[in-house]
Design a protein around this ligand. Sequence first.
Ligand code: ATP
Ligand code: MG
Length: 416
Amino acid sequence: MNGKRPFAMKMDPGAAEVIAALHRAGYKAYAVGGCVRDSLMGKTPHDWDICSSALPEQVLAVFGEARCIPTGLKHGTITVKQSGGLYEVTTFRTEGTYTDGRHPDAVDFVTRVEEDLSRRDFTMNAMAYNDEEGLVDPFVGREDLLVRREIRAVGEPVQRFSEDALRIMRLFRFAAREQLGMDGATLDAALMLRGNLRRISAERIREEMLGLLAAKQPGRWMLPEIFGVILPEAAGDEAAFAHARRMIDAAPAVKEVRLAALLSGAGDEARAIMRRLRFDVKTIDAVCALVSLKDFAPETEAHALRAQTRRFLGRHGDECARHLCLLRAAQREAGEALPALDAFLSMAQAVRAQGICCSLKELAVSGDALIREAGVRPGPALGAMLAQLLEAVIDERLPNQREALLEAARAEECAE
Ligand code: ATP
Ligand code: MG
């Protein structure tokens, strides 16, 4: 680049149209933040944010109320519908003082894009672009991103992390996701102020942690110092945490598997930890099942393995079986002397392909039928009978056939 000819970036057509409409109305407007960063890295941005000198009511006037969603009016953000897509348009703003380490006390609208860029967290996230002016990069984010390959705070790192401690998590998440290094002063400040992460809501910590865990190999960015604050139960024991990180790197980026690797040392505490981080019940159940099954030993003899697999599928489901196999491969790669689960996984697939019974819902006889046709009493006796029949079917002592099962139930009833 010679500095005169504007640098050309491939713009999303909808974003370009929103920017053009704002320009026609006499306002400044740019694509900004993540989309500029991702474009410079040669990636296709997942969304395009726009910043503009237009005030929220002016954005409303340009696009008409019907095409606008007042997403964050207080903060100057309006979502505009354009060309079938949604674009957040945010008025240039600065953030006033932060007294709580989380939220600015007030936002002030400003007129220059450079001022807006100066409130952003990292230089690589503090770039704006439009086709007329090219790249607006007052903090040399492009060079940090592409040449130095380092994440650097905009301005004074200690101040920036003091304002908003979530930026500490964002630092490690971006580093892991983009495989970037960190500017020394930025890293030092993040470590120094890590205690402020305690002020950040559990939900935001959780989302950032999930972002980190979704990176290809996040292990080296999972610093014990940081996790000691956000997840002391998992990071307290240095050796155990190092092992968890090796497993995480060895595992594919499947949320449940990576969380189970992270919490595998926490045992029964895993549920309480996940509740504290306000995970949803489904994820908690899935991860806790994996943690409790982490030492699962498959039967070696084919018949026994078949019955064990059917019981497993009936109790824990197919997804749990697949995830456990992924976790096991990671455990083994990290050096744990546990048996491989390949034969178990093949058996699970064979069992499913054959459509054979693994749970009560696949049993050829219903509770109703047992009451009506075999004289079983409703209540606990019925539950026990169903469980007993299922066991017999899984152990292949009885075929999964309605008549045979009713017969067996009648025989049991008589015997009592
Ligand atoms: P992603 O690809 O993960 O969405 P992103 O950079 O778009 O990355 P967002 O959280 O969507 O991240 O935020 C959009 C932009 O807003 C960022 O690029 C950054 O400029 C700014 N930003 C977001 N969060 C903060 C923060 N906590 N402090 C300062 N600036 C922030
Ligand atoms: Mg984004």
